[in-house]
Structures are given as C-alpha cells and as structure tokens.
Design a protein around this ligand. Structure first.
Ligand code: HDE
Length: 719
C-alpha cells in the first residue's frame, strides 16, 4: 500500500491531480467528502492515463521497455531499476484471496431512506425521508476460490457498505437467512469440511463430497441452512434475483437509549428466481462469469437492480417468545411473528472502475456499525467481530487498510492511531495521545450530547457464570428445516431432494450416507425415503416426535406468481442466414425490435455472423437465454440427423432449443418454425410453448412466458 500512496502523490502533479484534491495530502479534506452519489467520492483517487509519459513509481519518465544488458547479447544488469521496479511490482500484484467468499463481484449505488426512522434508531442515514447514502455491495459465493465458477451451488454473500455521514456501516449478509453453525469456534471446522480435500485440492467450489456431508450429518445445526442451499437459493438466476439477510440478530438503538432486537432483510425488486441444477452445471463450463456479467450488463444498460431494506423488530424481552432463541443464527424469525418494516431502497447503478482497487480491496466487517446500531450476544456474530478484522490484517499486511479509497469513510477521521505499513495520512498533531492539554484536548471524546458519539445500548446486560456451552435454547435443529420444506411447492421440494441425491451420490462412505439419512429422517421421513431410494439404502422408520405441518410465507422462490419485470431477461432468436432468402433473419429482426421495447435483451442466432445476426450456432447455448424462439425458415437446421450445416457442430440448434425447453424456459416458434419443435420433441401446445404466425402475437406470448420465468410442469415429480 505504501507504494500506492506515493504513486498517487507523485502522479498528482504529472497527471493534473492537484495536491489539494488528494485527501492523503490533507486529512482535513476528508471532512468535505459529502457527496451522496454512488461511488462518485472515489473520483478523486482515479488515475487517468489518457495523456502523459510512462513513468517509474517514483515519477521519472521512462523510455524503451527493454531491459538494460551488458552488451547486445549479454546478461541483464542488476542496476536496471526500471526493470527491477516493474518486475518487482508485478511479483507482488496479488494479495491473499478471501479465506471464504473469495469469488465475488461488486457495484456502487445509493440508498434512499423512506422516512425519519428515529422511532427505531438514532442512525443518521435513516433520519429523514429521501436522505441518500452512497453504498458499495459485493456479492459472492463462499466455498470456491477466486477463479471458480459463479454458478456453483452455494450460499451467496450479500455484503453492503453504507458510507453514512457518521461513518461506515456494513451489513455483511448472505442470500440465505440462517447459518450452518451456532458458535463461531466451529467456523474453521465447517470451512475445512466444505473446501477441497487437503491432499489433492479436489473438488473446487462444491459440497458434493464426503467431508462436507460428514460434517453436515454430524453437526445437525447445519441442516436448516443446508436445506436452503439445496433449494433454489443455492443457484439463483442472478445476484439481482435474490434476497439478502443480515442473518445475525442486531440491535437498533434510539436517541433515548432504548433498544430493540432486529433482523436485517434485503427484498429484491427484481423478483426471486433460480436456475435449475443442470443448467447451473453447464454454465460453470460455458460461462464461469455468468453472475458478474449479468450484474455488470444490467448496470451498464441502465437497469441497475434495486432492493428494499427491511427490519423485523422484536422487543428486548421477547427473544425467547417464539419457540426458539433469537440469538440462535440457525433460526429464521417467521414473518408471521414479526413483519418486515421497509426502511428504504437501494439502487446499484455504477460499476467499479478497477476490480482490484474496489471489489478486491473492499474490507467488510460486521463490526463496522454506526451510532444507533448495536450488536447482539449471538455467539456467531460475536466471533465474526474478531475474524473479519483479523483476516483483513492478513490480507493487507498492516493496519491501515481502512485508508484505502474503497474503505475510507465519508466522515472525518481524527484519532491517535499512528504509523504502520502503508500509512497514508500525514498527521500534524504531535500530541497524539488522550487525554492531552498541549493540543487543547483534541481530538475530543464524543458523547451522546456532544459529537454524536457511538453508544452501546444501555439495555444490554451481561451476567452469569463463565461456561463453555451452547445454550440449551439452541438445541432444536429439525423443526425449522421442516418448516422450510413444508413451505415449498412440490416441484421445489423435488428440486431440493434431487440436489441432495446429487450431492450424496458423490459421497463414498456408506456410514456418512446413513448418517445423512438419519438426520433427514428427523426432518421428514418423506425426504429420507426419497433420498434413500436413489442411494440404494434403506430409510429409517418415521420418527413422529419431530414432525409438524406448519408453514411460513415468503420462503418459496416458485410460488410468487410472475416476475415484476422482464427487463434485462434474454431471448435467443434462432434464425437461418442461408434459408428463405434472408427473410428468416429479417423476421428475427422484427421480433428483436419489439422485444427490446420491453427491455428484453435479444440475440439473433444464425449459421454465420453478418447483418442482423449477433451470434453463431457454434457459440450459442440455452444457458445464455431465458427464452428461445425459432424464426420461420430456420426449421431446416433442426434435422434429426444433426447434419444441417457444416458451419456448426452437429445438432447445436436442436440442443439449444431442447435444453431451453428441458430447463423450463418459454419457447416459441413462428409459422413453419414450429417444425423445429417436432424435430427435437418439444410438445406443441404445452404450457410455455408458443406457436404463432404473427410477430406481435408471438412476442406477446413470449413476454408472458418470460414473466412466468420457469414452467415447472416439465420436470418429473417422484411417484
Ligand atoms: Fe463470514 N467471513 N464468517 N459470514 N462472510 C468472511 O472475512 C466468518 C458468516 C460473509 O464480500 C471473511 O473479509 C466467521 C455469516 C460475507 O468481502 C472471514 C463466521 C455470514 C463475506 C469470515 C462467518 C457471513 C464473509 C473472509 C462464523 C452471513 C464476504 C474474508 C462465525 C451473515 C464479504 C473477510 C466480502 C467473509 C469469517 C459466518 C457473510 C474469514 C468466523 C453467518 C458476505 O473473516
């Protein structure tokens, strides 16, 4: 970091950045960082290479990028500082990837408060209607390394930083409202069990292996989160189509010191949607960047995603009132017990300028809270408060990473923290201790009446003997997974069972598989029997002590009707460049024009690129589309023998169509294009299968199908 700071200062002159514009030169300049537009406060750090000469890290302009040698054919000289600096910087380009959540993508945006929420919290970013606060969000998967595929089945990180005018507040959440374990001390065990084997580092970004299921079945606190991950939440259609949750219980504290327990929620405005498993697997090979690309493209096209921030609020004395402990992070607080109050809306509308500087160096911490927000005693949260800071010291090699532009708060920083690797501030105060008189006592201690100082909720109580125990109020691991399962549609239940079958089929140990069945049976005998059938094992006898028929609203992905908007969804129009004298591509163009009016992204596919054709059959794939349409004249490409043309691998057009159909996507055909359905076995007239002769009619049908998103009657149900 040290070299970055010097570079910034040195380049300030060369590239026209004034010293005053660089906050490192004058910490007081930080006081003026009052911008509220997404990411704009980073502009002052950006280096513009649109003019100027190549220069070394210490500012000297450089000539030929060829190393200095002892003679034309001689060795490179140690004295070549230009060579040394360049190679040395390259050698140190990487920092350790995140120990978990290594794979991710970020974006800037703005949070707007719906109102004055001082009835709930003293947090300033929630103090007035329309108050705007810049945010940075990073979405991630957990298990895979930095280069792993986006669509691996996993819990997804949803970390949000609010650059409030009273300091940074992070909600470091996930897209699943519960977590696997109840005590942070088990985190290394969980992650060791889930990550690749220590001997051969296999498998990457997957839980379909012995050690993961050994841990899950030995540690039943994992079951609830596991069920969410095995359902559609583990394979969302995009980051934009998932909700987010703070998971741990926090406190909101009012100006008068009174506090309530809260759970944070992000409710997607795009609607919830998931992929199907085979599609996700294919995507892992076809487009490992599927989710980051989707987010990037949506923002670039002006369709940045939005989420509403909500809280479930519970009185301090009601933590045990709902049949479970609100401090237990393996439990949801069903919305029937406490509705979600929506506090404001976040829109992401700016992509990062530099992935490393922003997304990779963003250091989120559950411990980044502001006045008006406080922690709870949830033992998982308590452990997290140590871990994030600790791992970030490791990633950054020193304590000054909060000074990196992406981490720097908008609020002024005045304290007596000094020095350390990469110190970027030049502190003028030589009396850097408190209390002092020689600097007139500055910086002063803030308290509730002056300086709006942070305060711990006075209602928090600590008493009791020291124990190394998990509270008995955390003991029930089976009621809520069943509640989740009961609340899914039959096809979602089937997907969940199929996912467990897939994962446990990769498990070699019979003991582990039997342990899994024993745990599943405590949730549901139906699940245990259906999984056992695939594993060729006997399911245990039903155990009624654990079963109930309760359901809760809002956890299903598939029973939410239609998506609120089809904007940014993608349609592939399969046309023929060679057939029908160009009319096929022309018709595809008409479809494209109409669909684009609704914000749908259309790709016209043909045998070869050219006027009106965006993609070839060689590269096209059903994973790239949310719906597929066959234009008239293309039907000849779907011949059953697959040899319609030598311009693409045999059978590709048919594969695109049949995959789209098999994965539940709407498909359509214009006029004779319908013959393509027959060639590949798509049943004409089925739900979500549209045949029309008019372009307007087919577009209308397809748009309805896109809003439905997936036609689940195409998937088989057991029995
Ligand atoms: Fe994390 N987690 N975590 N985690 N976590 C990290 O911190 C940890 C947990 C979450 O986009 C690490 O800076 C422990 C729950 C997200 O940069 C690390 C425990 C939830 C991200 C860490 C948990 C999360 C992380 C790795 C159990 C949802 C990525 C890099 C007590 C509420 C943030 C880093 C980003 C990252 C520790 C459990 C979410 C190792 C010890 C529960 C979204 O410190």
């Amino acid at each position: 970091m040290h070299s970055r700071v010097t570079t910034l200062l040195a380049w300030g002159g060369l590239l026209g950045l004034s010293q005053a514009a660089c906050p490192f030169a004058d910490p007081a300049a930080l006081d003026k960082r009052d911008d509220t537009q997404s990411g704009d406060f980073l502009d002052k750090y950006k280096v513009d290479d649109s003019s100027g000469y190549l220069s070394s890290d210490v500012g000297g302009p450089m000539g030929d990028q060829v190393s200095l040698k002892a003679g034309m054919r001689g060795s490179t000289l140690l004295e070549d500082f230009i060579f040394r600096q360049k190679i040395q910087h390259f050698d140190h380009e990487r920092v350790p990837e995140r120990a978990v959540h290594a794979r991710g993508a970020g974006a800037h945006g703005t949070f707007t408060s719906y109102g004055d929420w001082s009835n709930l919290t003293a947090a300033s970013f929630l103090s007035a209607a329309d108050k705007k606060t810049p945010v940075f969000v990073r979405f991630s998967t957990v298990a895979g390394s930095r280069g792993s595929a986006d669509t691996a089945r996993d819990v997804h990180g949803f970390a949000t930083r609010f650059y409030t005018d009273e300091g940074n507040f992070d909600i470091v959440g996930n897209n699943i409202p519960v977590f696997f374990i109840q005590d942070a001390i088990q985190f290394p065990d969980l992650i060791h069990a889930v990550k690749p084997r220590p001997d051969n580092e296999i498998p990457q970004a997957a839980t379909a292996h012995d050690s993961a299921w050994d841990f899950f079945s030995s540690q039943p606190s994992t079951l609830h989160t596991l069920f969410w991950a095995m359902a559609g939440n583990g394979i969302p259609r995009s980051f934009r189509h998932m909700d987010g949750f703070g998971v741990n219980t926090y406190r909101l504290v009012k100006e008068d010191g009174s506090s309530k327990l809260v759970k944070w929620h992000w409710k997607t405005r795009q609607g919830k949607a998931s992929l199907v498993w085979e599609e996700a697997q294919v995507l892992a090979g076809k487009n490992a960047d599927f989710h980051r690309q989707d987010l990037w493209d949506a923002i670039e096209s002006g369709n940045g995603p939005e989420w509403e921030l909500g809280v479930q609020v519970v009185d301090e004395d009601k933590a045990l009132a709902f049949g479970f402990d609100l401090l237990d992070p393996t439990k949801i607080l069903p919305e029937e017990f406490a509705p979600v109050t929506k506090l404001g809306v976040m829109k992401l509308d700016q992509n990062p300028t530099n992935y490393f500087a922003e997304t990779e160096q963003a250091m989120f911490q559950p411990g980044h809270i502001v006045r008006g927000i406080d922690f709870s005693e949830d033992p998982l949260l308590q452990g997290r408060l140590f871990s994030y800071l600790d791992t970030q010291l490791n990633r950054n090699g020193g304590p000054n990473f909060e000074q990196l532009p992406i981490n720097m708060p908008r609020a002024a920083i005045h304290n007596n923290n000094r020095d350390g690797a990469g110190q970027g501030f030049i502190h003028k105060n030589i009396y850097h201790y408190f209390p002092n008189t020689l600097n007139n006592g500055f910086p002063l201690q803030a308290n509730q009446t002056t300086g709006r100082g942070f305060f711990t909720a006075p209602g928090r109580r600590a008493n009791g003997e020291l124990v190394r125990l998990i509270s008995p109020t955390f003991n029930d691991h089976w009621t809520q997974p069943r509640l989740f399962y009961n609340s899914l549609t039959p096809i979602e239940q089937q997907f969940l069972i199929n996912a467990i079958r897939f994962e446990t089929s990769h498990v070699k140990s019979t003991t582990v598989k039997q342990n899994v069945l024993a745990q599943l049976n405590r949730i549901s005998n139906d699940v245990a029997v259906r999984v056992a059938a695939a594993l060729g094992l006997d399911a245990p006898a039903p155990d009624d002590t654990f079963y109930h028929n309760n359901v809760t609203a809002g956890v299903s992905i598939f029973n939410n009707g239609t998506l609120p908007s089809i904007k940014t969804l993608r349609v592939g129009v399969l046309a023929s460049t060679q057939a029908a004298g160009g009319s096929s591509v022309q018709q595809a163009g008409q479809v494209k024009e109409l669909l684009e009016k609704s914000g749908v992204v259309v790709t016209v596919v043909g045998e070869m690129l050219g006027e009106g054709v965006d993609q070839t059959y060689s590269a096209a794939d059903a994973t790239a589309f949310d719906g597929v349409l066959v234009a008239e004249g293309a039907e000849g490409l779907f011949a059953a023998d697959g040899k319609a043309s030598t311009l693409f691998p045999a059978g590709r057009p048919g594969q695109v169509l049949i995959d789209a159909y098999r994965w539940g996507k709407p498909v359509g055909a214009l006029g004779k294009g319908e013959e393509a359905f027959k060639s590949v076995g798509v049943p004409v007239g089925g739900e979500g299968v549209y045949s029309e002769t008019g372009v307007e009619e087919i577009v209308k049908g397809l748009e309805g199908g896109l809003a439905r998103f997936r036609f689940t009657d195409r998937f088989a149900l057991d029995g």
